[in-house]
Design a binder for this molecule. Structure first.
Ligand code: UTP
Length: 287
């Protein structure tokens, strides 16, 4: 019997250097996609996937995220009341907590900072700068695989192989067309060294044994503690599955990705579609 996934970690302690100077005083996770900050999409995905405990890893200069999360939950209560929904059943069990990373020492370090809040439970991780749009929330797709197979599960997306140097890439031994059994992960390989075109997309379900490994991890690329190193070590004891997630992924940690997400989500909106289409047509004639 697998234990259900009720806790999610939101690592939001990074520096967001790729968006300097915009992120010198505004967290990357508060950058807008149309009219909602990135963190809002992550909160909604987690809530719709059944997460009840929301755990944020923040750092100095990121307190606007805490304010936003509080507003998000207040607004949800109002939304429930306005729509005569049973507030008690939907929101009563939700809690949120914040802990700080003293320095941005990498994603692995950020996760490790949540160990006292997670305890002995399996948990989810959502990277808010990876925006995923899908009918079934991306995290829920992972939870369903976890409920069938147990172990750890990570979300995967297909990338053009020439872009492998930007992503974490997996190597796998079994593949049923939907789920692969991962045997290795490589951070940002050159195309000729990439074992596949499947990249990690910032959604994870992880067993708590990871904390022991993260605690021993030495910093690697750029002085950061990588999550992928400890996950690779965990494969010796626990199966690691990768799910080809259904939906559209936007790498909003990069400028082109954030711009693409804004255009794509605006085009999905009835109130904006026509105006944005006119702007795009105008640009198209200038290219
Ligand atoms: P990134 O590596 O994309 O974020 O981490 P970054 O370091 O902020 O970005 P750049 O490269 O400087 O532009 C993915 C997620 O992990 C969090 C980030 O906030 C982001 O949500 N993160 C990263 C942490 O919480 N702590 C860290 O030390 C590093």
């Amino acid at each position: 019997m697998t234990r259900s996934i009720k806790k999610a970690i939101f690592p939001v302690g990074g520096l967001g250097k790729r968006f300097y100077p915009a992120t010198l005083a505004t967290p990357k996770e508060m950058l807008p996609v149309v009219d909602r900050p990135l963190i809002d999409y992550a909160l909604e995905e987690a809530r719709l996937s059944g997460i009840e405990e929301f755990i944020f890893i923040t750092r100095k200069g990121k307190s606007s995220i805490e304010d936003y999360v509080e507003e998000y939950f207040k607004n949800k209560v109002l939304e429930y009341k306005d729509n005569n929904l049973d507030e008690e059943s939907g929101l009563k069990n939700l809690t949120f907590s914040f802990t700080r990373q003293s320095d941005s020492l990498g994603l692995g370090h950020a996760i490790w900072c949540a160990r006292h809040l997670v305890g002995d439970d399996p948990f989810a991780v959502i990277l808010p700068d990876e925006l995923f749009c899908s009918k079934t929330p991306c995290l829920l797709q992972l939870i369903r695989v976890y409920e069938e197979r147990g172990g750890c599960v990570i979300g995967l997306g297909e990338i053009p192989i020439e872009k492998s140097y930007k992503y974490g890439i997996v190597s796998y031994s079994e593949d049923d067309g939907k789920v692969v059994k991962i045997d290795r992960m490589i951070e940002k390989p050159l195309p000729q060294d990439a074992p596949s075109n499947l990249s990690i997309i910032g959604r994870y379900i992880i067993q708590p044994q990871i904390f022991g490994l993260l605690g021993q991890e030495k910093s690697s690329i750029g002085g950061e503690i990588q999550l992928t190193n400890s996950l690779s070590d965990l494969i010796e004891d626990i199966n690691l599955y990768g799910l080809r997630c259904k939906g559209q992924r936007f790498d909003c940690g990069s400028k082109p990705g954030l711009i693409e997400a804004n255009i794509s989500l605006a085009m999905d909106r009835e109130d904006l579609r026509d105006e944005i289409a006119n702007i795009l047509r105008d640009f198209n004639s200038r290219i």
